[in-house]
Design a protein around this ligand. Structure first.
Ligand code: GRF
Length: 220
């Protein structure tokens, strides 16, 4: 697929950037239908910025404290994204709450990854809360962003088992590995026009012959 026909993606992050890395790794395949053209960080010392630079992707640091209001900060991010020709915005560990103006502007073109099986455990500390609740399956969700935090039409989810003796760190690592597979997969679906919004939900064209798949924990 030529650069011209791949969808241009902007990634917003605040830290480590391992999900950004998963997207960068996926786009190394020339058939991948999206490519990251700009990474915007809310923090100057985010490791994600180094990952972007290593991959030759343009970066911008746009910290909230440089602006009088959240709206002004978000307008600066939108301007940078538009200038780069961005068509889809991916949140990947972006630790600021976005304003209504930003969410409205990028409606249905703004995607997030969240480390739980939404609508369970929106917000922070999802792994500790999953352990405390005693759920036997946990995971991650890629979804279109709506104004209310960690809501919006779900594009895809990956489930992992919660195992006896799991610590928060062990569970987080298992989920993160799933995130790195799920995010590139869901972005591929969205960028190739296979995600249709119907009412409040996302329907996937031709989701594949997996109707019989089960993940049962504890295993029977
Ligand atoms: C991930 O767990 C993601 O689900 C959440 O923030 C974390 C970001 O990790 N939204 P990384 O910066 O991509 O490594």
């Amino acid at each position: 697929m030529s650069e011209a026909t791949r969808k241009k993606v902007g990634v917003l992050l605040s830290g480590r950037g391992s999900n950004l890395q998963a997207l960068l790794d996926a786009q190394a395949d020339p058939r991948y239908p999206a490519h990251v053209v700009l990474v915007v960080s809310s923090k100057a010392d985010a490791l994600g910025l180094e990952r972007a630079q290593r991959a030759g992707v343009a970066t911008r640091v746009i910290p909230r404290r440089d602006f009088d209001s959240r709206e002004d900060c978000d307008a600066a991010m939108s301007a940078a994204l538009q200038e780069a020709g961005v068509e889809i915005v991916c949140l990947a560990g972006f630790m600021r709450i976005l304003s209504k103006g930003f969410v409205d502007h990028w409606m249905d073109r703004l995607i997030n990854i969240h480390p739980s099986l939404l609508p369970l455990f929106p917000g922070l500390d999802t792994h500790a809360r999953a352990l405390a609740a005693g759920v036997k399956l946990h995971g991650c969700t890629v979804h279109f962003v709506r104004l209310e935090m960690d809501t919006g039409p779900i594009i895809g989810q990956a489930a992992v088992p919660v195992l006896p003796g799991d610590t928060e760190e062990a569970l987080a690592a298992r989920v993160l590995e799933a995130e790195h597979r799920l995010y590139p997969h869901c972005l591929r679906l969205a960028a190739s026009g296979r995600v249709n919004l119907v009412g409040g939900t996302a329907e996937i064209d031709d989701p594949g012959p997996r109707a019989g798949a089960r993940l049962i924990n504890p295993a029977p």
